[in-house]
Write a protein that binds this ligand. Structure first.
Ligand SMILES: C[S@@+](CC[C@H](N)C(=O)[O-])C[C@H]1O[C@@H](n2cnc3c(N)ncnc32)[C@H](O)[C@@H]1O
Length: 378
């Protein structure tokens, strides 16, 4: 457990500062912000912690080899020197992906082939059996990164994107990724005490991620990770560790989380999701038009929401009056409330008629979006 490694936690573009703060709060060592993620250092327990706790990370990669290679033979030799039996069994499956910049070896398909050959030959020599290649659902994902002829080999410790928390039963029509939803809640600066309201809740992602944050539930507690199938994985220690992490959860006294949507099917699905996440009786769900959500004067609530963009859901022109009326309602009834929104449509943003507030570009899948927050009535 004491051997230390370098890790890279990847995230969606624009979320690096949030992930960086999360890693610091988790007291991970030597956290360094990069484009597309963060580096940190730690032992295997830190890797468990990162997978279990980092709400905005997509995958956690562990560095397993670093060497110079300007030709195929050097690449093969370097990849052969890693002990791959730690990460996959001879009967298991793997895939190699790669990136190359400013290097003699630049053909990524060729790089992947050579690394894969080195890995499977190591197994074949040692056991007579070799792992198979599975592009869609491998037991082990290996990443080869080449820059200036320097090769870095990493393994994906997560085993599948961390946005797949394991609580989602109902997909919804346009859900945001759980990792992005967590980032929006964190960027909203919600204090986990004031009422939290999502009047366009869809499948409930924002409300559920908010509940997980408030209750201090590890977002990874519903799923398994890639490292759990590594041949040397210490399942008993991990199980004790995970139970201890989960035990610390508690629900803040009197906290209210409310989520509503005009579509009853979405609300039903959101309830199923909340139930699976353990918040069936904690989050209040209602079928309500967004213009009718309850807003008590002096409540100082946080409205954190992801309305339709008119790209995937609804049509832009039809949505202009909804945005205009919603902005008007916020202006009239929610003075002192904090608003945080992710919007993918500048025209609809203008229709809200609200001040600009603080803005940040974020990526919602393939859609470039704007996150903004402001205090209403300021
Ligand atoms: C982009 S989706 C929200 C997705 C949600 N964040 C999730 O992760 O599932 C927008 C939602 O707004 C809802 N909606 C559209 N018009 C509405 C209205 N007038 N009042 C309330 N909800 C509305 C749609 O039913 C849809 O579920």
């Amino acid at each position: 457990m004491t051997k230390r490694s370098v890790f890279f936690a990847s995230c969606a573009p624009g979320l690096e500062p949030v992930l960086h703060s999360e890693a610091q709060e988790l007291k991970l060592a030597k956290v360094e912000r990069q484009v597309g993620g963060i580096y940190f250092e730690g032992d295997l327990v830190d890797m468990w912690r990162a997978n279990l706790w980092l709400r905005t990370a997509v995958r956690i990669f562990m560095r397993v080899g670093r060497f110079h290679a300007s030709d195929a033979a050097q690449l093969y030799k370097g990849a052969s020197e890693v002990d791959w039996s730690r990460f996959v069994s001879p009967e298991g499956s793997l895939v190699v992906d790669s990136q190359s910049r400013e290097s003699e070896l630049f053909h990524t398909h060729f790089i992947q082939q050579r690394v894969k050959d080195a890995v499977v030959d190591q197994f074949r020599k040692a056991t007579g059996v070799r792992p198979t290649v599975d592009v869609d659902d491998p037991d082990l994902r290996i990443h080869a990164h080449l820059y200036n002829d320097r090769v870095t080999l990493s393994v994906d410790t997560s085993g599948g994107s961390l946005h797949k928390r394991g609580w989602r039963q109902y997909q919804g029509i346009a859900p945001i990724a759980e990792t992005l939803a967590a980032a929006i809640v964190l960027m909203s600066d919600w204090d986990c005490r004031s009422p939290f309201i999502d009047p366009f809740c869809g499948s409930g992602t924002l409300a559920i991620e908010a509940a997980l944050i408030a209750a201090k539930v590890p977002p990874g507690s519903f799923r398994t990770f890639g490292f759990e199938s590594w041949p040397g994985h210490d399942a008993a220690s991990y199980s004790r560790f995970k139970s201890a992490e989960i035990e610390r959860q508690s629900w803040p006294r009197k906290l209210q989380i409310r989520a509503s949507d005009s579509d009853a099917k979405q609300v039903e699905g959101a309830k199923q999701n909340a139930e699976a996440a353990g918040f069936g009786d904690r989050i209040r769900f209602d079928v309500l038009d967004a213009l009718e959500f309850e807003a008590k004067p002096g409540w100082n609530a946080f409205i954190v929401t992801n309305p339709p963009y008119g790209l995937r859901v609804g049509d832009e022109e039809q949505l202009v009056p909804l945005y205009r009326d919603f902005g008007q309602r916020l202006f009239e009834s929610c003075s002192g409330y904090r608003l945080a929104m992710i919007l993918g449509n500048p025209k609809l943003r203008r229709a809200l008629g609200l001040p600009e507030g603080e803005q940040k570009p974020v990526q919602n899948g393939t859609i470039p979006c704007e996150f903004f927050r402001l205090t209403l009535g300021d």
